[in-house]
Write a protein that binds this ligand. Structure first.
Ligand code: 2AM
Ligand code: CA
Ligand code: CA
Ligand code: CA
Length: 264
């Protein structure tokens, strides 16, 4: 039998230790490189943090697999067994430019089912965490089940990119939603935006393309508070592939899907 309590405890202690190292790095100079485009940044701390987790996991749980953004883990093509899905720094642009609004995100899955989700807001020292069937918390505080709310009373997390000309969605689709909502926000860290939906600070989060490490932990948190996440087409999310994301309170998710996204 898998000892999830032990896995959860180790994961939390490693996340806090990694966060400590990241905070200490503010006093040193960063090495910054670009990846797919000039705005797609990666630093030595992204890489070192991923390698830190991999060495800990390999030592303690050599049979587990690891899927990490910076590519030091395994080449994961199926959901079999236990997989740690890791984003060592989610919101690297914020980490570099703002020294805040970034998180460590870890989702641990067993045969495709999310079991443990951790999102650590490093600078605020706030750990959002959930274990399947046991509720979600921010530090020691339980997160409340999300009640219903209409678009007109909702704050929607969305990047302004998606209401300008872009390759993935006609801006005319999302503009009416942005106009109908009480307000919009963009934080630049998908993991934190998921944590904010789970904790009620945002009512919905919309984005057109995320990788597994961006949403792995967030999906587990959201499930524990009765929220709903699908692709923008209302389809189930492929946990080891790229997906568009509509994450929201139940009810609001349905309203957005039916009233704004499914109009033909
Ligand atoms: P990252 O910082 O780990 O790369 C920024 O809007 C959010 O989208 C962040 O969570 C960021 O994660 C994520 N993201 C996904 N793909 C990205 C890309 N190609 N370039 C920059 N950010 C990306
Ligand atoms: Ca990145
Ligand atoms: Ca990310
Ligand atoms: Ca990252």
């Amino acid at each position: 039998m898998t000892n999830w309590k032990e896995i959860d405890q180790y994961a939390k202690s490693w996340v806090r230790e990694a966060g400590e190292r990241i905070r200490a790095s503010f006093a040193t100079s960063l090495s910054i490189q670009t990846k797919s485009n000039p705005n797609d940044l990666v630093t030595n701390m992204d890489k070192e943090t991923e390698q830190f987790f991999i060495s800990k996991i390999k030592e303690m749980y050599p049979e587990h697999r690891i899927l990490g953004e910076e590519g030091f883990g395994h080449d994961v093509k199926d959901t079999e067994g236990i997989i740690w899905i890791i984003d060592p720094i989610d919101g690297t642009m914020n980490f570099v430019h703002q020294q805040r609004n970034f998180a460590i995100s870890i989702g641990i899955y067993e045969n495709g089912t999310g079991m443990v989700g951790l999102i650590y807001d490093v600078v605020h020292d706030e750990l959002y965490h959930a274990k399947k069937g046991e509720g979600a918390y921010m530090d020691e505080t339980p997160l409340q089940k999300l009640d219903r709310r209409e678009v007109s009373e909702s704050i929607i997390g969305i990047n302004a990119t998606w209401v300008t000309e872009n390759r993935r969605i006609d801006p005319a689709v999302l503009a009416p939603l942005v106009r109908s909502a009480r307000g919009t926000r963009s934080y630049g860290s998908a993991a934190l935006e998921f944590a904010y939906v789970a904790s009620g600070r945002l009512d919905c989060y919309i984005t057109m393309r995320l990788a597994p490490w961006d949403f792995a932990a967030g999906l587990i948190l959201l499930e524990e508070v009765g929220g709903k996440a699908t692709t923008m087409d209302g389809e189930p999310i492929n946990t080891i592939g790229k997906n568009s994301i509509l994450a929201a309170r139940d009810g609001l998710h349905q309203e957005i899907l039916e009233t704004y996204l499914k109009k033909s």
